[in-house]
Design a binder for this molecule. Structure first.
Ligand code: DC
Length: 222
């Protein structure tokens, strides 16, 4: 039987960086489910689909296929056969992802893909509803978070590093808050801590400390 680790938490908690490193140490496959939602969002943006129009949304979703593969250990995500991994990290896609991932039909499209991967392999899967909905029997569940201020500052520094100076720190903080609100208050699979998840607040921890904690917890249970 495969060993599954679920990591959930809000945007900017460092999930993907930490999950990638922990997966490497454990020789597990890292599954970034956010990338799958982002690929769907890109497909919806490209076709100018009005996601509030249920018929239009369903018709478009029926045409969209999402697949993932691994190249040199890195997850690649495909939208209808096209590798879109380099196109899904823009603000526009992030915003559409946050809105479209709240819709049941969008989530239903990815449930089987995520469960099938976890059934076949030892995975460390990160997302928002992995421990609560996708893999309720995961052997280890982590809820990874950090304060709004710390997460906003991390994102702000990323923007500055990329030469993007359109937003002030206060504006980034507001964005983080509103995305949290949306992720936590949607009707379908809202972000919340699974009862049996280990709570980790990374605000005052280094990346290495968080990775080591997760790896230790996994080894204790394997
Ligand atoms: O983890 P991320 O920033 O790539 O996620 C992008 C968006 O997708 C975010 O708004 C939450 C949503 N998401 C989700 O609803 N369920 C998941 N399992 C993963 C991401």
């Amino acid at each position: 039987m495969s060993f599954n680790i679920a990591i959930d938490g809000p945007a900017g908690a460092g999930k993907s960086t930490i999950a990638k490193l922990a997966a490497e140490k454990l020789s597990f496959i890292y599954v970034d489910t956010g990338a799958m939602y982002r690929a769907i969002a890109l497909g919806l943006l490209r076709s100018h689909t009005d996601i509030a129009d249920e018929a239009a949304l369903n018709a478009r979703l029926a045409e969209i296929s999402v697949e993932i593969s691994y190249e040199d250990g890195l997850q690649q995500v495909y939208l209808n056969g096209e590798n879109v991994s380099g196109l899904i990290r823009t603000e526009e896609v992030s915003d559409m992802t946050s809105r479209s991932s709240a819709i049941a039909q969008v989530r239903a499209k990815l449930t089987d893909l995520q469960r099938d991967l976890a059934a076949k392999e030892n995975v460390l899967m990160d997302g928002r509803d992995i421990g609560t909905t996708i893999l309720p029997n995961a052997q280890l569940k982590i809820y990874l978070t950090a304060s709004v201020q710390v997460r906003a500052l991390r994102r702000y520094k990323e923007y500055l590093a990329k030469g993007q100076k359109e937003q002030t720190l206060a504006e980034v903080e507001k964005d983080v808050e509103s995305r949290d609100y949306r992720d936590m208050h949607r009707d379908v699979s809202p972000l919340c801590q699974a009862e049996d998840a280990v709570y980790l607040d990374s605000s005052e921890m280094t990346i290495e400390q968080v990775v080591d904690r997760i790896v230790d917890l996994a080894r204790e249970r394997m």
